[in-house]
Design a protein around this ligand. Structure first.
Ligand code: HEM
Ligand code: HEM
Length: 180
């Protein structure tokens, strides 16, 4: 089983990173959505935020690895000849997802470090605040984080629907190729 992609197959590292990033992002959107509805005094609020920030930084690390691995690898051709608009749309969606998986956790980092406090990574390591941003920038980071998180969810919905359509209606093995 090759580590790198070929012109017709995804290597195992691409597949591993794809599913690790996907699980983290979907989990973090769900946790973020649950967490912001809790009151500050709810005991679950602090635990949820602690895990959201720590897993969010894990997601950022995985996403950085994924983007770097995407850049240095060839991309397999589609499993069947696609109309030009579909080939274009699929590339555009992949590039959008790759950009968003970096911007969302980076904006989260700036929300959390805006007061100059570091981030506690599972009680093991403290990730320092690089710069303390003003309140106005903190509000912008919150807006970016929130809107882009729900945008990535919507785009993932389209992306997953397209994968399922190719696998089960066109029967061209698109999903199987990302699984094994
Ligand atoms: C891919 C990774 C991430 C995703 C998908 C994500 C998603 C979300 C979502 C959906 C919300 C709720 C937004 C709302 O409805 O108001 C949220 C809130 C939040 N996230 Fe993240 N997040 C990620 C990474 C991070 C990271 C790395 C940090 C910090 C280290 C972070 C810090 C926060 C904070 C502080 C809030 C609360 C913002 C507020 O007060 O409104 N997130 N996140
Ligand atoms: C949860 C359901 C998901 C399913 C069923 C799914 C399925 C797939 C499949 C089948 C491919 C291969 C497409 C091809 O052959 O051209 C693919 C590629 C890709 N997917 Fe997903 N995906 C999911 C979630 C996500 C998420 C959450 C992200 C990122 C936020 C993501 C990012 C990508 C990217 C960047 C590619 C391009 C190939 C690569 O990984 O380098 N996917 N996906």
């Amino acid at each position: 089983m090759a580590i790198s992609n070929t012109s017709s197959r995804f290597g195992w590292l691409t597949r591993l990173l794809h599913w690790l990033v996907a699980v983290h992002i979907l989990g973090l959107v769900a946790l973020g959505w649950y967490m912001v509805d809790l009151s500050y005094y709810d005991p679950n609020y602090h635990d949820s935020l602690f895990y959201h920030k720590a897993f969010g930084l894990v997601a950022l690390t995985l996403a950085a690895a994924k983007v770097a691995w995407f850049i240095v690898n060839v991309q397999p051709s589609p499993t069947q000849a696609l109309p030009a608009w579909q080939a274009w749309a699929s590339k555009a969606v992949h590039l959008l997802l790759l950009g968003l998986m970096l911007i969302i956790p980076i904006s989260g980092y700036f929300i959390s470090t805006s007061a100059g406090d570091g981030i506690d990574l599972f009680g093991v390591l403290e990730i320092p605040a690089l710069i303390a941003v003003s309140d106005a920038w903190r509000e912008i980071a919150i807006a970016i984080h929130e809107y882009l998180a729900y945008t990535i969810l919507a785009i993932t919905g389209l992306h997953a629907a397209a994968a399922l359509k190719h696998q089960f209606i066109d029967k061209d093995g698109t999903l199987t190729r990302m699984l094994w």
